[in-house]
Design a protein around this ligand. Structure first.
Ligand SMILES: [Zn+2]
Length: 241
C-alpha cells in the first residue's frame, strides 16, 4: 500500500473542475480524486505516489486539452486505484493539466492551445515540462482523446524515434497491448512545435501521446476504459505494476 502526496503547479491555471457536469457525471470520487478535484481550484494538481525507490520515475498527464474528458476521468480513477497497490518506482499523475480549461470544457486556455505552447516560458505546458526535469522523471505519457473523422481520429499512440528511441519502444508496447495504431515520427517536433510530448523528447525525456476516440466535450461510451487501459499498459512497460 502506498500513500500519495499532493502538490500544485502553475497557480494561474486553477479552476472549479467540478462545475463541468459532463466530466463529473463519470467521476466516482475516491480519496485521491477528491483531493485532486479540490486542489485543482488552486492550480495544476500533481499527485505523487512513491513505491520502492531505485526504480523508474514516470509521469502521466491528461487535460492539456480541457475538453477531452475520457483521459481526465481515467487518470482520476488510476490515482484512486494506485493507492491500494504495491508499486515499484514512482508515479506522478496530473489528471487536469489546465483545470480552468476543464472547468470551461474548452480545448484552449486564454485563447491558446497548450499543446502548442510547451516551448514557451510561462505557459502551463512549459511549467509541467520544467516539473518533469525537477522531478527527474524517466518518461512521460500524455493522454488525449480524438473525435471521429479528425486527426488522428483513431485510437493511437504518437511517438518519435529521435532523439529518444525509447519513445518509439513505449508506443510500440502500448499499441501492441491495446491493438491500436502506432504513429511514429522520425524526429520529435518536426511537424509543429510546442507539443508537450515533443518538447519532453527534445529535452531527453522519452515521451508519447496516447489518443482514444471520443467526441469533444463529452464521453463516448467505452472511451474512459480504453484510456485507462493505455495508462495501465504504460505502467506495465516500466514494470511499475
Ligand atoms: Zn488533445
Amino acid at each position: 500500500m502506498v500513500s500519495g502526496k499532493m502538490m500544485v503547479l502553475s497557480n494561474g491555471s486553477g479552476g472549479r473542475v467540478d462545475e463541468n457536469e459532463d466530466l463529473m457525471e463519470f467521476v466516482l470520487e475516491g480519496p485521491a480524486s477528491s483531493r485532486l478535484i479540490r486542489a485543482a481550484n488552486h492550480g495544476t494538481p500533481v499527485f505523487k505516489v512513491e513505491g520502492q525507490i531505485g526504480f523508474p520515475v514516470i509521469m502521466l498527464t491528461a487535460g492539456i486539452h480541457g475538453n477531452e474528458l475520457p483521459p481526465q476521468i481515467a487518470a482520476l480513477k488510476l490515482a484512486d486505484e494506485i493507492c491500494g497497490l504495491e508499486i515499484t518506482g514512482t508515479v506522478y499523475i496530473i489528471p487536469f493539466a489546465v483545470p480552468h480549461a476543464t472547468m470551461k470544457n474548452s480545448r484552449r486556455f486564454k485563447g491558446f492551445d497548450m499543446n502548442r505552447a510547451a516551448s514557451k516560458g510561462g505557459s502551463i505546458s512549459n511549467d509541467i515540462l520544467r516539473a518533469t526535469e525537477t522531478f527527474k522523471v524517466d518518461a512521460v505519457a500524455d493522454f488525449h482523446s480524438t473525435k471521429p473523422m479528425s486527426n488522428p481520429g483513431v485510437e493511437s499512440v504518437f511517438c518519435s524515434r529521435k532523439p529518444c528511441f525509447e519513445s518509439f519502444k513505449i508506443a510500440k508496447y502500448i499499441t501492441d497491448v491495446t491493438s491500436s495504431k502506432i504513429i511514429p515520427y522520425d524526429r520529435a517536433g518536426t511537424f509543429y512545435s510546442g507539443a508537450f510530448e515533443d518538447e519532453c523528447n527534445l529535452h531527453g525525456i522519452p515521451s508519447v501521446t496516447c489518443e482514444v476516440v471520443s467526441k469533444n466535450c463529452e464521453v463516448t461510451p467505452g472511451s474512459c476504459e480504453r484510456s485507462h487501459l493505455q495508462m495501465m499498459s504504460y505502467l506495465k512497460y516500466f514494470k511499475i505494476i
